[in-house]
Ligand binder design. Sequence first.
Ligand code: TNX
Length: 549
Amino acid sequence: MKKVSAFVSILGLAILASSCCKSVIDTQLNVIPQPSSVEVYEGRINIAGADFSIDNSFDSIAVNALRKFESNLVSASGIATGESGNRIIVKKSESLASEEYNISVNHSSVTIKASSAKGVLYALETLKQLLPLEIYDGGKSGCEDNSNEWTLPYMSIKDEPRFSYRGMHLDVSRHFFDVSEVKKYLDIMAIHKMNIFHWHLTDDQGWRIEIKKYPKLTEYGAIRKHTLIGHLNESCEYDNTPYGEGCYYSQEQIKEVIEYAAAKGIEIIPEIDMPGHMLAALACYPELGCTGGPYEVWGRWGVADDVICAGKESSMEFLEDILAEVVELFPCRYVHIGGDECPKVRWQECPHCQAKIAELGLKDDENHQAEHYLQSYVTNRMEKFLNERGKSLIGWDEILEGELAPNATVMSWRGVSGGEKAAEMGHDAIMVPSSHLYFDHCQAKDRENEPLSIGGYLPIDKVYSFEPYGEAMSEEEKSHIIGVQANLWTEYIHTPEHLEYMLLPRMSAVSEVQWCRKDERDFDGFMSRMPSMIKIYEYLGYNYAKDKK
Ligand code: TNX
């Protein structure tokens, strides 16, 4: 009897002890974007010297990411794999959504569960933010993180993103950023668990993608003879310096960037802006414009009246030829065809455009002019071309003017109303309102001490406050808001340092808008986690804007 009661009390103590260890001591970690659910328990595991394993059903992206993590851990900690007896295990769990992951950490192991490579990538990004900074590069940067403690708390994390589309855009036309700079941009995106890179490859000021059928586009269309000095509203002086010789990506380089991005879980959406913002192309092929030119690759900013002629069959075939090469090159399901800021003044005067309007029976009505419907004809035609090749079209919200192409996704930049309207009509939409998500806008009120910029004022708290669901939206409409993106236009951004300055730390804020649900977001909490992210920026040598108000 005595023995039994002793046994019972030992058992009781054991249960008590184990439940003690399991008591939650925290529900927050210094991770951005903040995971959906966190429980931290008493105790820590040392992962230096851990053994690594991964289910063999994962693809090479997951396996390579884990290998990289392992090699950085080994070189930074100086301890070989397998020496400690602890384990890092990556398991397939088909019940998790494609971007979801779980992490559980106890005294002997770190277990990651995911159903796809993306989940594994995000789990590793989360773990990196909890470890010494050398985990990012194996200690190569030479900077030292004094903590040098290769431990993680016992914890359980369950995490998945709110939106499936978490984008960042980059304009490489106004100023060019080479392959290595674009890769760095992708590195920064990956830290923030973003999954779409919107590459704005063409505009009035320079054509930046090799098109084999039209070599002039990059031979001449990449180069402008001069660039406006200072701000558009104040200046009419040019610098007399040609810009853009050789500033384009060959198709081989594009493939390299696509592969680099894929290894980080990022898909690339190419944008070929049409029918406006095409002066660089028209300068090479003036016969495709309404007036026949001559045209110049533009050296100033703004909206040009000269656009491609929508009435000439040869112009439409030119656009389709370009898209044919783009579709072959980019594996992403989406192609962005721009559609923004297309003045109709040339079309109104052009006999070809007017003949097309008559042929199609397009008429002015109370909402739009016939020329708006002519733009819809261009968009529809491009959509059909893309859909036949298994791709979906995205356009800026101007594509709502006239008649929206049947399967188009709308990118809402002039506020959110375009996105709301698209969702109402049963179309997908991506929210990128310039009011909250244009990173070419200033971060400080005191512009004197800021680099030259387009203007505006977009501090980090305003970015953070953006909520993509309108109050009056139905559940059905909400399901069409597929995500959020911040845009970086580069009229006033000439250097990689300036680019990073505009990007960071605002990118951290947008990453939480994209990843966390509204009720999980709290600006003060975010700012309390921000210093850890800043340490990462500093360690990796990223130029970020400090203490802006
Ligand atoms: C509007 S956003 C544009 C760009 C400019 C940007 C500057 C959009 C679809 N078009 O051409 O670069 O404003 O903020």
